[in-house]
Write a protein that binds this ligand. Structure first.
Ligand SMILES: CC(C)(COP(=O)(O)OP(=O)(O)OC[C@H]1O[C@@H](n2cnc3c(N)ncnc32)[C@H](O)[C@@H]1OP(=O)(O)O)[C@@H](O)C(=O)NCCC(=O)NCCS
Length: 433
C-alpha cells in the first residue's frame, strides 16, 4: 500500500496561497507542540470543545500516521496556530465483489472563520487531489459536514446511511432465534472485539474502510472526554453455538425520568459477521425491559431488521449521504472493483478539474472489467461526479438519467450499467472520517 505520510506539498497550492501571504506546510506529527497546536485548530474548526490533555495525548499517537497539512498566516496575532487544516491517508476501501482499492481519505478540512471564503479550502482540496493523483491513488474519499461543498471538486455521494428510530412496543420480534448466546462484556473487551469484527465485516462489505486505533478507543470510552456518555455505556457479545464471538453491540439507556417504563436505548454501535449474530443482537436491543424507544444512526439503508419485526412502521429510517468518492483514474478505479453482470458499454466522462476524463469502453466478463480508451459513440455521457456516485453500486444510473444528471445516448445503457454495477447489499460505511 502507498504511504502518504511523507508525500511532499503540492507546489501549485503552495504558490497560490503564498501569493496571498499564506504559508502551506506539512506538520511533523512527531513534533508534539506543533501537532498539538494543529489538533486544537482542527477541533476549533468543527466547533468541538477543547480536548483534555489525555485525549490530545491519544490523538498525538493515534493520528500521527496521517499526512497532516496546515495553512499559516504570519500576520495573525497567534501566528503559530494554523488558519486551515486538512489531513489525509491511504485507506483500504472495500468495493463491490469483495475487492479492495486504495482510496485517498481526506479529513479535518477546516478553515478558520477569520479566513473563510477566500479560496483556502479550494487550494487545500485541489492540492490533495493532485497529490493523490500524482501518487497513483485511483480515487479520493471523504465524509462531509455539508453536502453542498464537494461537488465542485468532482466528488459525489456514493453510500447512504440511516438514522433509525424504533418504537419497541410495536416492534415484536419475528426474526430467527439463533442457537448461540449473549454475554455482557467489559468495555475493554468490546474495544478489542470491535476492531477485529470490523475488519472481518469490512472484508467483503462495499463502502467500508479500515478503522484506526484511536477511533476504537474513543468509541469504547477508553479515551473520551464525554464522561456523561461513557459512564452509561454497556456492551454485549454474541457467541455462536461453538462459542466463537460473531458480533458485539454498544449501547446506553437514558431518559427514564418522566416514565420509568419508557427509557430510550441509544445503540452506539452494532457489528456482526453472521446473520445469526445480527439477529441476536438486534433482538436483544429491541427487548430490553423499561425501554420504549431505540435510537441509532449510521446504519445501512437496507437494514434487515425492518423485516424482523411484526410492524414495519415501528422502524423509522431517515437516510442521508455518507461516503463521498471522487475517481482520479477511471481505468484503475473501474478495473479494481467486481461486477454483478456482464457489460459492454461506452462511457464518455467529463471532469472540470481535468483529472479523470475521456471516452472508454467498459467490458465486463466473469465479474471483472477491462477499460480502454475509444472513439466509439457513447452509451452514457456523464461527469466524473456521477461516475463516482455509481462506483460503489449504491446509486442507480437509471435514477441519475431520470434526474437529468447523466445522459443515456444508447437506449438501455443505464439499465445495463445498473445490472453490472449494483452491489448485492447497499454499500455502507459505519465510519465518519
Ligand atoms: C467548509 C470550509 C472548509 C470552506 O472553507 P473556505 O476556505 O471558506 O472555502 P473556499 O473559500 O476555498 O471556497 C471554495 C468553494 O467552496 C464554496 N464553499 C465554501 N464553503 C461552502 C459551504 N459551507 N457550502 C457551500 N459552498 C461552500 C465557496 O463558495 C467556493 O466556491 P467556488 O470556488 O466554486 O466559487 C469552511 O467554511 C469550514 O471550515 N467550515 C467548518 C468546518 C467544515 O464544515 N469543514 C468541512 C468538513 S467536511
Amino acid at each position: 500500500m502507498i504511504n502518504a505520510t511523507n508525500a511532499p506539498l503540492d507546489p501549485v497550492s503552495e504558490a497560490t496561497l503564498a501569493s496571498r501571504g499564506l504559508r502551506l506546510g506539512l506538520v511533523d506529527t512527531a513534533d508534539r507542540a506543533a501537532f498539538t497546536t494543529w489538533l486544537r485548530a482542527d477541533h476549533r474548526g468543527f466547533h468541538m470543545p477543547e480536548q483534555s490533555d489525555e485525549v490530545i495525548e491519544a490523538n498525538l499517537a493515534g493520528l500521527a500516521y496521517r499526512r497532516t497539512t496546515g495553512v499559516w498566516d504570519g500576520s495573525a496575532s497567534d501566528a503559530a496556530s494554523p488558519v486551515a487544516t486538512v489531513n489525509s491517508w491511504v485507506a483500504d476501501l472495500t468495493v463491490p465483489g469483495g475487492r479492495h482499492v486504495d482510496a485517498w481519505a481526506i479529513s479535518s478540512v477546516t478553515v478558520a472563520p477569520t479566513h473563510r471564503r477566500r479560496g483556502i479550502a479550494r487550494a487545500l482540496l485541489e492540492g490533495e487531489l493532485r497529490t493523490a493523483a500524482g501518487l497513483g491513488v485511483p480515487l479520493a474519499t471523504l465524509t462531509v459536514s455539508e453536502s453542498t461543498i464537494y461537488g465542485r471538486f468532482g466528488f459525489a455521494a456514493a453510500t447512504f446511511s440511516a438514522d433509525v428510530t424504533i418504537d419497541t412496543r410495536r416492534a415484536t420480534w419475528t426474526g430467527p432465534t439463533p442457537d448461540g448466546r449473549l454475554h455482557f462484556i467489559t468495555l475493554a473487551e468490546f474495544r478489542t472485539l470491535v476492531e477485529r469484527l470490523h475488519d472481518q465485516q469490512r472484508a467483503t462489505a462495499a463502502g467500508q474502510l479500515d478503522g484506526w486505533a484511536a477511533r476504537w478507543d474513543a468509541l469504547s470510552g477508553a479515551v473520551n472526554d464525554d464522561k456523561d456518555r461513557t459512564k452509561n455505556l454497556r456492551a454485549i457479545r454474541y457467541d455462536d453455538a461453538a462459542g466463537v464471538a460473531q458480533g458485539v453491540a454498544l449501547y446506553r439507556v437514558s431518559n427514564g425520568e418522566v416514565d420509568y417504563a419508557a427509557h430510550t436505548l441509544t445503540l452506539e454501535h452494532l457489528v456482526s459477521v453472521t446473520d445469526d449474530a445480527y439477529a441476536a443482537l438486534w433482538r436483544f436491543v429491541l427487548e430490553v425491559d423499561l425501554v420504549s424507544t431505540v435510537k441509532t444512526w449510521d446504519r445501512p439503508v437496507d437494514e434487515p431488521v425492518i423485516w424482523q419485526v411484526a410492524d414495519l412502521r415501528a422502524v423509522k429510517l431517515q437516510p442521508y449521504d455518507h461516503v463521498w468518492t471522487r475517481i482520479l483514474d477511471i481505468p484503475a478505479a473501474l478495473t479494481a472493483r467486481g461486477y454483478a453482470a456482464p457489460l459492454s458499454t461506452v462511457l464518455e466522462v467529463s471532469d472540470e478539474l481535468g483529472f479523470a476524463f475521456g471516452t472508454y469502453t467498459v467490458t465486463v466478463v466473469d465479474g471483472s472489467a477491462t477499460v480502454d480508451s475509444t472513439d466509439a459513440p457513447a452509451g452514457l455521457s456523464l461527469r466524473i461526479n456521477e461516475l463516482s456516485a455509481l462506483y460503489l453500486g449504491g446509486v442507480s444510473a437509471a435514477a441519475l438519467a431520470a434526474a437529468g444528471r447523466i445522459h443515456e445516448r444508447e437506449p438501455g445503457a443505464a439499465a445495463a450499467v445498473d445490472a453490472a454495477f449494483r452491489s448485492a447489499r447497499a454499500p455502507w460505511s459505519s465510519i465518519w472520517f
